[in-house]
Design a binder for this molecule. Structure first.
Ligand SMILES: Cc1ncc(COP(=O)(O)O)c(C=O)c1O
Length: 351
């Protein structure tokens, strides 16, 4: 072996680390393009049409990131001074740098879910009747699958009940489906059925689906027309984005069904981790491609654990005072998972 070649690093930090496959790169290189600010990029237009159809919505908009999709959904469906119900662990509440306050001027009201999931009774209790001295609650944001919940999945039944509870009280619903297709593959539920529970739905092409960049926001035609305006305001009006849209189309065609492989790898990883002394997790809770585990009993502080694991060749992210997160994805095979487990066993045994 050539000693100058760096050892293979198994990158479990996120499903966003994947590189475009050879087939995807060919599709990107061959994409027909045009200026999307003029609405003239045929590949972007095709992606938007395909996504709208897939989600059963009137229209869809290709945007640079999941964060922008969520922020546009909030901006388009609220007014300054509104309140928005949201799960405490959700992406907009934790990782969108207070965008909802800065961009939309709304107050997020966090509700505590179980593994990130809310139930109808919580919505009924939180969505109090309007009064002149209270801010109107106008939107509920949900996340399926739920990242901080450990890739947990809303079943269609539960999502429908939560959504109906919100709608009965006059709230609109936004579904952050950054990993919606993981939920679809895990449950066998079509994306359009989940999407019916919300006015606006977003999904990411750049996560489990393996595209380098891009997310989609879908909803009624009028809402998407408003989103075009605010996307532009945020600097997201892009030009020959067709090469990125081609990657998205390729991902939707080739990388949805295979998410089942990531889920099986995550379950195997969880089963292996559960046998390591000092590591706490119940593999039965791993429903999709995210594995969150507790190392409180392993004798290593999380950042030290992350550093030692990285030195050994496995990359993960800290996810709480004693929690680590590992995410399986397109660039990892079963052999990588077994090797990661071997290396993790060594690191935790040495501690
Ligand atoms: C549930 C969820 N929503 C939204 C996002 C934001 O996506 P992006 O990183 O493309 O802004 C993420 C990113 O990790 C996510 O996990």
């Amino acid at each position: 072996m050539n000693a100058s070649i760096a050892p293979h690093v198994i990158d479990l930090r996120s499903d966003t680390v994947t590189k475009p496959t050879a087939g995807m790169r060919r599709a990107m290189a061959a994409a027909e393009v045009g200026d999307d600010v003029f609405g003239e990029d045929p590949t972007v237009n095709r992606l938007q049409a395909v996504a709208a159809e897939l989600l059963g919505k009137e229209a869809a908009l290709f945007v640079p990131s999941g964060t922008m999709a969520n922020q546009l959904a909030i901006r388009c469906q609220t007014e300054l001074g509104d309140e928005v119900l949201i799960e405490r662990g959700s992406h907009p509440f934790n990782y969108e740098v207070a965008g909802a306050a800065a961009i939309s001027g709304v107050q997020l009201i966090p509700l505590d879910g179980r593994r990130g999931l809310l139930d109808a009774a919580q919505i009924a209790a939180a969505a109090r009747p309007p009064a002149a001295y209270l801010a109107p609650i106008t939107l509920l944001c949900l996340e399926n699958t739920h990242n901080r919940g450990g890739g947990s999945v809303y079943t269609l039944e539960r999502l429908t009940a939560v959504s109906e509870a919100a709608r009965r009280r006059g709230l609109r619903v936004h579904l952050d489906g950054a990993r919606l297709f993981n939920a679809c593959v895990a449950t066998g539920t079509p994306a359009a059925d989940f999407a019916r529970c919300a006015e606006s739905v977003s999904f990411c092409l750049s996560k489990g689906l393996g595209a380098p960049v891009g997310s989609v926001l879908a909803g009624p035609r009028q809402l998407i027309a408003r989103a075009v305006r605010f996307r532009r305001m945020l600097g997201g009006g892009w030009r020959q984005a067709g090469m990125l849209a081609a990657a998205g189309l390729y991902a939707l065609e080739h990388h949805v069904e295979r998410l089942a492989e990531d889920h099986a790898n995550a379950r195997r990883l969880a089963e292996g981790l559960a046998t390591i002394e000092g590591v706490l997790l119940d593999p039965a809770t791993v429903e999709t491609n995210i594995v969150v585990f507790d190392i409180a009993g392993a004798g290593l502080e999380v950042n030290t654990a992350v550093a030692r694991l990285a030195e050994a060749g496995v990359r993960l992210v800290p996810f709480g005072p004693t929690l680590l997160r590992a995410v399986t994805h397109l660039d990892l095979r079963r052999g990588d998972i077994e090797r990661a487990l071997h290396l993790m066993r060594q690191v935790f045994r040495a501690s």
